[in-house]
Design a binder for this molecule. Structure first.
Ligand code: CO
Length: 213
């Protein structure tokens, strides 16, 4: 498989470097996984969670999909969320978008792209909710960057509305949901200053209360 030869070579060198720094590295890592953070980010190859956060393997649990969406029927994302919250007991869920997101840009246009249009529809819904604000922005790039931010905020809400997060709060588990955005242009993360830590910050209709049986 000559196409992958370079990758295997990279991998061998990386494993050697890790062992040179710490002979026990892989043995320790293989015995336990206890990340504090769950990252929900875009699949874009320029937005790798570990590198951006400066975290080593074992320190961040990661879910990525196109345009970092949290859809209430997406079994994949929900399973990651459940495992992260209930088994790994992460303390922070970070929804991270990025400026210049191709998924968000695609959602701003009307070209038919295929199956993915059904996925991007969720971003069009966010666009519709904020149409007045967005259409007041003349520059199309600036408009789509604002939609990147609004999309993150919508996904933070979506995470907070899941039964998984609601139940964690009901149990008294400390869990914060954050909204961040990354710029590929300067490599910096920006905090969108949203931090949801309990059901009181979630619209009432989405909250759950303990049911007496
Ligand atoms: Co993207």
């Amino acid at each position: 498989m000559p196409d992958l030869e370079k990758l295997f070579e990279n991998n061998r060198r990386w494993a050697e470097r890790q062992l040179a720094d710490d002979a026990d590295y892989f043995r320790r890592l293989s015995s336990i996984q206890s990340p504090q953070f769950l990252w929900i980010g875009c699949s874009d190859s320029r937005v790798p969670a570990n590198q951006i956060l400066g975290l080593a393997p074992g320190e961040v649990f990661v879910h990525r999909n196109i345009a970092n969406l949290v859809i209430s029927t997406d079994l994949n994302c929900l399973s990651v969320l459940q495992y992260g919250v209930e088994v790994l007991q992460v303390a922070h869920i970070i929804v991270c978008g990025h400026y210049g997101c191709g998924g968000v840009r695609g959602a701003c246009e009307n070209a038919e792209l295929g199956l993915i249009d059904n996925w991007l529809r969720n971003i069009k819904d966010t666009y519709t909710r904020h149409r007045a604000e967005l259409e007041a922005i003349e520059d199309p790039m600036a408009r789509s960057d604002r939609l990147c931010e609004l999309n993150v905020l919508a996904q933070v809400r979506s995470v907070s509305q899941t039964t998984i997060v609601q139940n964690a709060w009901l149990r008294g588990q400390p869990l914060a949901v954050h909204g961040l955005i990354y710029s590929i242009q300067d490599g910096l993360l920006r905090d969108l200053a949203v931090r949801i830590t309990n059901s009181d910050q979630v619209e009432a209709i989405y909250t759950m209360h303990a049911v007496k049986r």
